[in-house]
Design a protein around this ligand. Structure first.
Ligand code: BTN
Length: 259
């Protein structure tokens, strides 16, 4: 079958579709540790993951066959390890640009790389970089997106899906192809040195950017405003005219119902 919906140069040109796997990120990592070289842009997608992994050691659950669970291999040797957050920005924007024409302005990127519709989570990413010295040798970009799932268990918290929002079924492969094409475009921008453009667009898509909101950090609940994201990915929040920076483990976003 011709693979022409993947119109990019390399992302998605080598696509392996699995019925079941523990985690597509693990599968790709194992593939890399075998002797044969794996081409950049290789995508592993799975209908079911029985040990899907999320951020901060959480599990990633997705109803089999209804959602996108996949991993992309990139080799951003042109990026210094200290700039690895630029990859997070590029990938988040690739996903954002794919869903925005369908979902509109309620779509946002919740720092660092969750995809949100309103106050609900549509998907997230687990990016695992393999460093060689001060460079990124391989980046395993794991993406989970809720597309056609109708119902979520209570443990899924504030999860939602495209189907829950639009009451329409979407073709998983079509969305996957568009994500691959869009991620490739942002990745090539990074490669061409347009890092500031990528940083600015990322900020403009950010959930709660420049809005007075409630957070918890260091055991304290406070109202503050997200004013930026440092080059290295730390979140900048201003509280009473003083800016502080946080990593993922250090700050929690508090919605009204979460005090
Ligand atoms: C998050 O916690 O928001 C990140 C979720 C990442 C899930 C994806 S699904 C495909 C890939 N394989 C995994 O085991 N995790 C990522």
């Amino acid at each position: 079958m011709q693979n022409n919906i993947f119109s990019g140069l390399f992302v998605g040109q080598n696509l392996l579709s699995l019925k079941e796997v523990d985690s597509t990120n693990n599968f790709l990592k194992d593939l890399l540790s075998n002797s044969k070289p794996v081409p950049e842009g290789t995508v592993i997608m799975a209908e079911t993951q029985f040990a899907g992994r999320g951020q901060q050691n959480n599990k990633w659950h997705a109803e089999p066959g209804k959602n996108l669970t996949f991993s992309i291999l990139l080799k951003p040797t042109f990026l210094a390890a200290t700039d690895q957050f630029d990859l997070t920005r590029a990938v988040s924007l690739g996903v954002y640009d794919t869903l925005c024409p369908i979902l509109g302005s309620e779509l946002k990127i919740k720092w660092p790389n969750d995809i949100y519709y309103g106050d609900k989570k549509l998907g997230g990413m687990l990016i695992e970089n393999i460093l060689q010295g001060s460079q990124i040798k391989n980046a395993i970009i794991g993406i989970g997106l809720n597309i056609n799932q109708d119902i979520f268990p209570d443990e899924a918290g504030n999860a939602t899906s495209v189907k829950q929002i639009l009451h329409k079924y979407y073709d998983l492969r079509q969305i996957l192809a568009e994500i691959c094409n869009n991620i490739e475009a942002y990745y090539l921008n990074l490669k061409a040195g347009k890092i500031n453009d990528v940083r600015n667009v990322y900020l403009s898509r950010l959930y709660w950017f420049n809005e007075q909101k409630r957070f918890r950090a260091n055991g304290e609940v406070f109202d503050g405003v997200i004013t930026g994201v440092k080059d290295n990915g730390l979140l900048v929040v201003k509280q009473n005219d003083k800016e502080s920076t946080y990593n993922l483990k250090e700050i929690e976003f508090l919605n009204n119902n979460k005090l």
